[in-house]
Design a protein around this ligand. Structure first.
Ligand SMILES: NC(=O)c1ccc[n+]([C@@H]2O[C@H](COP(=O)([O-])OP(=O)(O)OC[C@H]3O[C@@H](n4cnc5c(N)ncnc54)[C@H](OP(=O)(O)O)[C@@H]3O)[C@@H](O)[C@H]2O)c1
Length: 329
């Protein structure tokens, strides 16, 4: 089969090549899938450079999530069958990512594609919506009529958080870095839009929007100075969900400020759920997808020979929604 792989860490253009490799046989608990489409994610860029903690040595096989058809079952796999069309997080961290004609997936992470969802939508569904669900339902317990502030709101996890926040009945404030990105957030359902690059005093604006109360929950995949500033906007009993560091650095939390203002912070990792949590999350998300309350917002689809361009665009942050590679034609 053909697979995009790198034999050493380095820049995408230098190290990522299309190679001929054997189709992987599934170890116990895993399935082999024929990849239909694969979602692009920031860890794809990080792992190629050697900056992703879960991939400590080459070869590197990017493509963290995919939609595919099961072609082989490992020992002990239950509830899935050859021929099933599934969405899943791939075994990229074990060397079998989704930018390939075939890849491996842990059967626990695979689930039937919800009715009405295309291959491309399914390929970009799992990581963003699982992340948003873990953050907003499990970790911060966002309630109807609370206010949710989403950073990186036009990115893939941000777009999922806007939609899930609305589905949970919250008022959603989207923060992003351009007019085009904010238009995208509006189309994703956000109630209030703030451009952090041009806003005069974004903290004052958020206080005004919330009648001086502040926000109940912050969803932060961006980190850095922007996220750190946003802690000034927490309402009493607020919850700050720490997702990632797209800006290059994590949010800086100040325990003294947290104590004086009665708010908490929650680390969020969609890749570390118990099997029961994972099943519950997928069941909830499938239901919401089938009613049309949530959907993958595809920013751009790439052909299989454009994987390098897709990962480079992901790394730049200069796009809206989810980037997807159409693998099977
Ligand atoms: N904890 C988990 O389970 C989990 C799951 C998924 C992702 N993540 C992490 O969350 C982060 C974002 O993931 P994502 O999928 O939402 O990414 P994404 O689709 O690339 O969106 C990230 C957003 O961050 C903003 N940004 C600010 N500074 C940036 C910079 N220097 N380069 C690129 N983007 C920048 C951009 O929005 P503006 O232009 O509006 O600033 C961009 O839209 C990553 O660190 C990722 O590893 C964690």
């Amino acid at each position: 089969m053909k697979a995009w792989r790198a034999e050493e860490f380095g820049t995408i253009a230098d190290v990522l090549t299309l190679q001929d490799v054997e189709i992987p046989q599934p170890p116990p608990g895993f399935v082999t899938i024929r990849v239909l489409a694969a979602g692009v994610a920031l860890p794809d860029a990080l792992m190629l450079k050697g900056n992703y903690p879960l991939v400590s040595k080459p070869p590197v096989s990017p493509g963290m999530e995919a939609a595919g058809e099961i072609v082989a079952l490992g020992a002990g796999v239950a509830g899935l069958a050859i021929g099933d069309r599934i969405a899943t997080i791939t075994a990229a961290v074990l060397g079998w990512g989704g930018f390939a004609e075939y890849c491996l997936a842990d059967a626990i992470k695979a689930f039937p594609i919800p009715a009405g969802m295309s291959d491309a939508e399914a390929a970009g569904f799992t990581i963003p919506f699982k992340t948003a669900h873990v953050a907003l339902v499990h970790r911060t317990q966002l309630k109807a009529n609370e206010t949710l502030l989403v950073l990186g709101a036009a990115g893939s996890s941000g777009a999922a958080a806007i939609q899930l926040g609305k589905a949970l009945g919250a008022r959603v404030i989207a923060v992003a870095g351009s007019v085009e990105k904010l238009n995208f957030c509006k189309n994703s359902g956000a109630d209030e839009l703030l451009d952090y690059r041009t806003a005069d005093d974004i903290i004052a604006q958020i206080r005004k929007i919330t009648d001086g109360e502040g926000v109940n929950v912050i969803f932060d995949p961006v980190g850095g100075p922007l996220a750190t500033d946003m802690t000034q906007c927490m309402a009493p009993h607020g919850r700050f969900a720490i997702i990632g560091f797209a800006s290059g650095g994590w949010v800086q939390l100040d325990p003294h400020h947290m104590v004086l203002n009665n708010y908490s912070a929650a680390g969020v990792f969609a890749g570390n759920l118990t099997d029961a949590e994972s099943r519950q999350t997928i069941a909830d998300l499938t239901k919401l997808a089938e009613t049309g309350a949530i959907a993958t917002k595809i920013g751009r689809t790439f052909a299989f020979d454009q994987v390098r361009d897709a990962i480079a665009l992901q790394e730049s942050g200069d796009f809206t929604g989810k980037l997807v590679v159409q693998v099977a034609t």
